[in-house]
Design a binder for this molecule. Sequence first.
Ligand SMILES: Cc1cc2nc3c(=O)[nH]c(=O)nc-3n(C[C@H](O)[C@H](O)[C@H](O)COP(=O)(O)O)c2cc1C
Length: 343
Amino acid sequence: MSLYGLYPSLVRPLIFCLDPENAHSLTIKLGSLLGKEPLIKLFSQQVADKPVEVMGLKFNNPLGLAAGMDKNGDAIDYLGALGFGHLELGTVTPKPQKGNAKPRMFRIKAAQGLINRMGFNNAGVDHLVKNLQQRHYQGIVGVSIGKNEFTSLEHAVDDYLICMNKVYNYCDYIAINISCPNTKDLTALQEAEPLVKLLERLKAEQGKLAASGSAGRYVPLVVKIAPDLSPVQLEAICDTCLRLKIDGISATNTTTSRDVIYGLPHASEWGGLSGEPLRALATKTLCRVHEMVGDKIPLIGVGGINGIIAAREKLDAGASLLQLYSAFVYQGPAVIKDIVDNL
Ligand SMILES: Cc1cc2nc3c(=O)[nH]c(=O)nc-3n(C[C@H](O)[C@H](O)[C@H](O)COP(=O)(O)O)c2cc1C
């Protein structure tokens, strides 16, 4: 049995004694230590090569780490050594911010779910850029960008532009997070008019940046959407993404719905629900997006991927790339190998 095969029986019971946020902070701290030589050799994980080319980028395999786990890029080298085909870091904002009051992360153990209302706690985009510059990991890195809590929706575009300009030369794609349910009013950016305004400006900036660098690098823009959109909203978003030639759509972020976990401990905490209870809703959203955009825009399937069956479900629904977060908490790094080797 590999080192990480012991996670569910040995490590998880210890980690689950800790409050979920402390467990997360400890994981990232350990990750930043284990990511250094010579420990990284001991703690890395070999997975099968399953190369795919999406958005003009070459991935070693389709499975990536979803945004939110390593918001500040503090454990890039360790997480990159676990076999992910890409890492999505962030969400970062222009200025550092503390996020919402604690406690703000809850395990829904009976359903293998998590509820979080972190509220974009992060060390600010400059901290992430420093970590990106110092990384040894050579796989694909995406950066998820957002707006600071006290930036009004009217000025949100300025925050996204600041982050985009700062990370552009240090990552392979940029994810535009307009779907986190825990930052006040953020999801209003998914409405038709503000979305068009935001994406037009970001696409124009992408054009400028791609033309201005000496290497002329084109960094794809991915829009990450919620699973809680009405059919009309979803159609408007897809139309806008098609018209503005957005490079990728990521479906989905966490849900505010509690239907699937009604009555379970912590189910009434406010925030975004992820993991197994999100799986079906996220896949349904992905399917709908695929029906509307076809193969014109590559899709990232995320939400409840916890094994090969769930991974295949997303690929069948039209995803070219996959991401997970909650399954890493419940199953540890072995879930990456289980999925990638069987794809
Ligand atoms: C604690 C936590 C923090 C998250 N933070 C972010 C974030 O900063 N940006 C983002 O786009 N998604 C964030 N997410 C959502 C995940 O990226 C992902 O879309 C969601 O958890 C569904 O995937 P999963 O079911 O595999 O966890 C977060 C999720 C969790 C559980």
